[in-house]
Design a protein around this ligand. Structure first.
Ligand SMILES: Nc1nc2c(c(=O)[nH]1)N[C@H]1C(S)=C(S)[C@@H](COP(=O)(O)OP(=O)(O)OC[C@H]3O[C@@H](n4cnc5c(=O)[nH]c(N)nc54)[C@H](O)[C@@H]3O)O[C@H]1N2
Ligand SMILES: Nc1nc2c(c(=O)[nH]1)N[C@H]1C(S)=C(S)[C@@H](COP(=O)(O)OP(=O)(O)OC[C@H]3O[C@@H](n4cnc5c(=O)[nH]c(N)nc54)[C@H](O)[C@@H]3O)O[C@H]1N2
Ligand code: SF4
Ligand SMILES: [Mo]
Length: 702
C-alpha cells in the first residue's frame, strides 16, 4: 500500500487559512489533518474541513459537463462531453461578444481563496474578452475601504501574540464558529488573566464564553465606538505621545466624539450606559495607565449595515488613541491581507483589456438581482446576456434572492456555472462544468487572519472528468482564439507569478520553497505600528482623511444609522418591528458544506432565534414553525425561543441552500440590495422583518 502525506492549504473563505496534511493511500485521500508545525494552525482543523474527504468524495459531486434539459431552476440536466460543452460556451459567448462583450459578466467570489484557481486564468480570459468587470463587494469591501482610509491598507496586529493581551474585545465576530484559531489564542489569554468582551447583538457561542457581553442593536456600532472615544477623551485616557507623532486629525475626531456622550449612544444602541463607561474605562486604564496590551478583533458582522464603513473607521481609531499598537499583543485586527505582496497585474493581466487603461462597465456583485433584471435602456450599460459563475453561489448568497432568482430565470440569459455540486445557482445554468476541489489541483494562498503564504500541492487526481478552473478557462481561451502566451501558463507557473518579487516582506519566499515547506511567514515586525509607519500617504493613522474629503465623503469617523431601524424608518418599523441578522452557522461555510449530510444534520433545519418576550407577543412557542417576512419576501424556520437574541432581534444562522429548506427559501429572501456607506457592500444585517406562526398548511408541508 502506497501512503504519502501531501502539504496543502484550506481553500475556504476563512481568516485562518489552515496548513493541511493530506494522507493519500493508493491515490485516494483518506485523511485531512491540520499541520501541527504551522504556528497558526497548531494541528487543529474545524469540524467542516476535518470532514473534507466527505465533501470531496460526496456522491453528488459533478463528474461530467451537463446541459440543461428542464426549465431554468428545475435542475434537470443531461451529461455532455467536454468538447460539446466548451464548443457551445465559446460559440454563445463569441456571438454576444461580437455585438458587445460588456453584455457578458463573470460572477465569482471566494469559493476558493486560491490565487491560482481564483482570479488568474479566469481574469485573463474575461479581460481579453472585454467582458464587464465585477465589483467583488459581497463580503469585505466596507471594512477594507475603511481600513484603507484609516491605516492605508488591510493591515493589523498578528494573531500569534493575542495570548499575551490583557483585554480582548471581540467586536462583531463569532470566532468559535468562524475564526477558530484566533479563539484558541483568546482562550489562552483568558487563562493568563485577560478579560474577554464580546460586542454583538446576539449571545453567540463566543459571546457566552466571554466575561462580558455588550449587545447593541445591529448597525449601531459607530455610535458605540464614538461614545467609547468620548469617555477616553473626557477622562484623559489617551496616549498623547502616540497621537501626536503617529496620527492625523485628533482635533476633528475629538469634536465628533464629543457629540456622542454615553447616554446618547446608549439610547441609539439600546445598551446600558454602564456598558459603555465600563468598556471604555477598562480599555483606557489598561492601555494608558498600566501600559498593558489591549487587542480588538474586529470582524465582519458589524459591517453589514448602512454605516458599516464609518463604524469600522471609528473602531479602528481606538487603538491609536490609547497607543495600543506599541505592543505586539495590542492593536486591532480586521484583516492582514494587505501585508501580502501579490502581483495582481501578473495574475490577472488587466493590460489584456481591449482599451486598457480604459476599463469596461463594472457590475456590483451585491446587486446582481437588479443588474440581471435591468433591461439595458437606462444608464447601467448594456443588458446582461451571459453570466459565467465560478467559486460562488449567488442564488443562495446574494441579497434580495427573489430578484436574483428571477434574473437567473430569464430565458434570454445564457448561464454557465463551474461547480463541484448542483447548487441553487447551478440549477439555473444552461451549461454546468465540473470543477476540481482543493485536493485535486494546485494553488498558492495568502491569508486574512495571519501572515503566512501557503502552498497547496495536488493530492489526488481529479474526480471523474472534473477540471481545475484554470484549465477550463485555458481551453475556452484556445477556442476563442486567444493566443497570448499567458493563456498557456501552467498552474505551477501562475503560482510562481503570484508573489511579488523584490518586496522585503516576501524575501526568501518563492513558489519553489513554499511547495516544499508548505508555508512561510512574511517578514514583518512583531508590532508593526509600534512606531507608526502606517501605509497611508501621510504614514500616520488618519482620523481625519484628506482622501475621503476629496472623494466627497465625511472625512471623520461618523455614525451612520441603519436604513431599516425605528429611528430612520419609523413607518417601516411599525410594520416590521424586528431586526433580523443571518450570520454564519458554525457547520457551514457560507453556502458550502450545507449539502454534506453529517454537517447539515448538526445544524438541523433552518432556525430563527427569538427573544421570549417577542415570541410571547406573537403567540410563538419554542419549536413553532414561523414565517419571517417583509416587503421583499418570506422564509419558514423553526422558532427557538431564547434570550440569546436580544429583544427586538431575530437571528437565522445561515447560509442554507434554498432547495434544502422546506419552503425552498433562505434568509436572503428578506435581505435588501441597498449598499453600505463605504465600499459598495451589501447590508445583510440591516433588515427589518415581522414574524408570525406559519399557517398550518405551510408548517405541515415541511
Ligand atoms: N463556520 C464558518 N466560518 C466562517 C464563515 C461561515 O460561513 N461559517 N464565513 C467566512 C466568511 S466569508 C466571513 S466574511 C467570516 C465572517 O466572520 P465574522 O464576521 O466573524 O462572522 P460571524 O462569525 O458570523 O460573526 C459575526 C457576528 O456578528 C454579529 N453581528 C451581526 N450584526 C452585528 C452588528 O451590527 N454589530 C455587531 N457588533 N455585531 C453584529 C453576529 O451576531 C455574529 O455573532 O467568517 C468566515 N468563516
Ligand atoms: N444572508 C446572508 N448572506 C450572506 C452572508 C451572510 O452572513 N448572511 N455572508 C456573505 C459573505 S460574507 C460572503 S463571503 C458570501 C459568500 O458567498 P460565496 O462566495 O458564493 O460562497 P459559497 O456560498 O461558499 O459558495 C462558493 C461556491 O464555490 C464553489 N467552489 C469552491 N471551490 C471551487 C473551485 O475551485 N472551483 C469552482 N468552480 N467552484 C468552487 C463551492 O462549491 C460553492 O458552491 O455570502 C454572503 N451572503
Ligand atoms: S475553514 Fe477555517 S478553520 Fe476550518 S480548516 Fe479552513 S481555514 Fe481552518
Ligand atoms: Mo465573507
Amino acid at each position: 500500500m502506497a501512503t504519502r502525506i501531501v502539504r496543502a492549504a484550506c481553500p475556504h473563505d476563512c481568516p485562518d487559512t489552515c496548513a493541511l496534511l493530506v494522507t493519500v493511500e493508493d491515490g485516494r485521500a483518506i485523511k485531512v489533518a491540520g499541520d501541527p508545525d504551522h504556528p497558526a494552525t497548531q494541528g487543529v482543523l474545524c469540524t467542516k474541513v476535518s470532514r473534507y474527504t466527505e465533501r470531496t468524495y460526496h456522491p453528488d459531486r459533478l463528474l461530467t459537463p451537463l446541459r440543461r434539459v428542464g426549465k431554468k431552476g428545475e435542475g434537470k440536466f443531461a451529461p455532455i462531453s467536454w468538447d460539446e460543452a466548451l464548443d457551445e460556451v465559446a460559440r454563445r459567448l463569441g456571438a454576444i461578444a461580437a455585438r458587445d462583450p460588456q453584455a457578458i459578466i463573470p460572477y465569482s467570489y471566494a469559493g476558493t481563496m486560491g490565487l491560482v484557481q481564483g482570479e488568474s486564468m479566469a481574469a485573463r480570459f474575461f479581460h481579453k474578452l472585454g467582458a464587464s468587470l465585477l465589483d467583488r463587494t459581497i463580503c469585505a469591501s466596507a471594512g477594507a475601504t475603511a481600513l484603507r482610509y484609516t491605516y492605508g491598507a488591510s493591515v493589523g496586529m498578528d494573531m500569534e501574540y493575542v495570548a499575551d493581551a490583557k483585554l480582548v474585545i471581540i467586536w462583531g465576530g463569532n470566532p468559535i464558529a468562524s475564526n477558530l484559531h484566533f479563539w484558541t489564542r483568546a482562550q489562552e489569554a483568558k487563562r493568563r488573566g485577560a478579560t474577554l468582551v464580546a460586542i454583538d447583538p446576539y449571545r453567540s457561542l463566543t459571546a457566552e464564553k466571554c466575561h462580558r457581553h455588550i449587545a447593541p442593536m445591529p448597525g449601531t456600532d459607530g455610535a458605540l465606538a464614538l461614545a467609547i472615544m468620548h469617555v477616553l477623551i473626557r477622562d484623559d485616557l489617551l496616549d498623547h505621545d502616540y497621537i501626536e507623532r503617529h496620527t492625523i486629525g485628533f482635533a476633528a475626531l475629538r469634536e465628533r466624539a464629543m457629540e456622542f456622550p454615553p447616554a446618547r449612544a446608549a439610547e441609539i444602541c439600546g445598551v446600558p450606559v454602564d456598558d459603555i463607561e465600563w468598556i471604555a474605562g477598562l480599555y483606557g486604564q489598561l492601555a494608558v495607565r498600566e501600559r498593558q496590551p489591549v487587542a480588538i478583533r474586529l470582524n465582519y458582522g458589524m459591517q453589514r449595515a448602512h454605516g458599516g464603513g464609518q463604524a469600522v473607521r471609528a473602531v479602528a481609531s481606538l487603538p491609536s488613541l490609547v497607543g495600543a499598537w506599541r505592543h505586539p499583543a495590542g492593536g486591532l485586527q480586521l484583516s492582514t491581507s494587505g501585508f501580502f505582496p501579490i502581483d495582481n497585474a501578473a495574475l490577472q493581466r488587466p493590460d489584456l483589456l481591449p482599451n486598457w487603461p480604459q476599463v469596461p462597465r463594472t457590475v456590483n456583485m451585491s446587486t446582481i438581482g437588479d443588474a440581471l433584471l435591468d433591461d439595458g435602456t437606462g444608464d447601467q450599460g448594456p443588458k446582461i446576456e451571459a453570466v459565467v459563475v465560478y467559486n460562488s453561489n449567488p442564488v443562495a448568497v446574494a441579497p434580495e434572492s427573489a430578484k436574483v432568482a428571477a434574473g437567473f430565470a430569464r430565458e434570454d440569459l445564457f448561464t454557465v456555472v463551474l461547480e463541484h455540486f448542483r447548487t441553487d445557482t447551478a440549477d439555473y445554468a444552461d451549461i454546468v462544468l465540473p470543477a476540481t476541489t482543493q485536493l485535486e489541483h494546485v494553488d498558492v494562498h495568502k491569508a486574512y487572519g495571519h501572515t503566512y503564504f501557503l502552498a497547496n500541492n495536488q493530492a489526488v487526481a481529479p474526480m471523474g472528468q472534473a477540471l481545475p478552473n484554470t484549465e477550463i478557462f485555458r481551453r475556452l481561451a484556445a477556442r476563442m482564439g486567444f493566443t497570448e502566451p499567458c493563456f498557456a501558463d501552467s498552474d505551477e507557473a501562475i503560482a510562481a507569478q503570484a508573489i511579488l518579487r523584490q518586496d522585503k516582506r516576501a524575501e526568501g519566499i518563492s513558489w519553489d520553497s513554499l511547495r516544499e515547506q508548505g508555508w512561510q511567514k512574511l517578514n514583518l515586525p512583531a508590532a508593526p505600528f509600534a512606531e507608526g509607519g502606517f501605509p497611508t500617504a501621510s504614514g500616520k493613522c488618519e482620523f481625519y482623511s484628506e482622501a475621503m474629503a476629496r472623494d466627497g465623503l465625511d472625512p471623520v469617523p461618523a455614525y451612520v444609522p441603519p436604513y431599516e431601524a425605528p429611528a430612520s424608518a419609523p413607518e417601516l418599523a411599525a410594520r416590521y418591528p424586528l431586526a433580523m441578522i443571518s450570520p454564519p452557522a458554525r457547520n457551514f461555510l457560507n453556502s458550502s458544506f450545507v449539502n454534506v449530510d453529517s454537517l447539515r444534520a448538526t445544524e438541523g433545519e433552518p432556525h430563527l432565534d427569538i427573544h421570549p418576550l417577542d415570541a410571547a407577543a406573537r403567540g410563538i412557542v419554542h419549536g413553532t414553525m414561523v414565517r419571517a417576512f417583509n416587503d421583499r419576501g418570506s422564509m419558514l424556520a423553526r422558532a427557538r425561543v431564547t434570550d440569546r437574541a436580544r429583544q427586538g432581534l431575530v437571528v437565522g444562522l445561515s447560509i442554507w441552500w434554498k432547495k434544502l429548506a422546506s419552503d425552498g427559501k433562505n434568509a436572503n429572501e428578506l435581505t435588501s440590495q441597498r449598499l453600505t456607506d463605504l465600499g459598495r457592500a451589501p447590508v445583510f444585517y440591516d433588515c427589518l422583518v415581522e414574524v408570525a406562526p406559519a399557517p398550518a398548511e405551510e408548517a405541515v408541508a415541511s
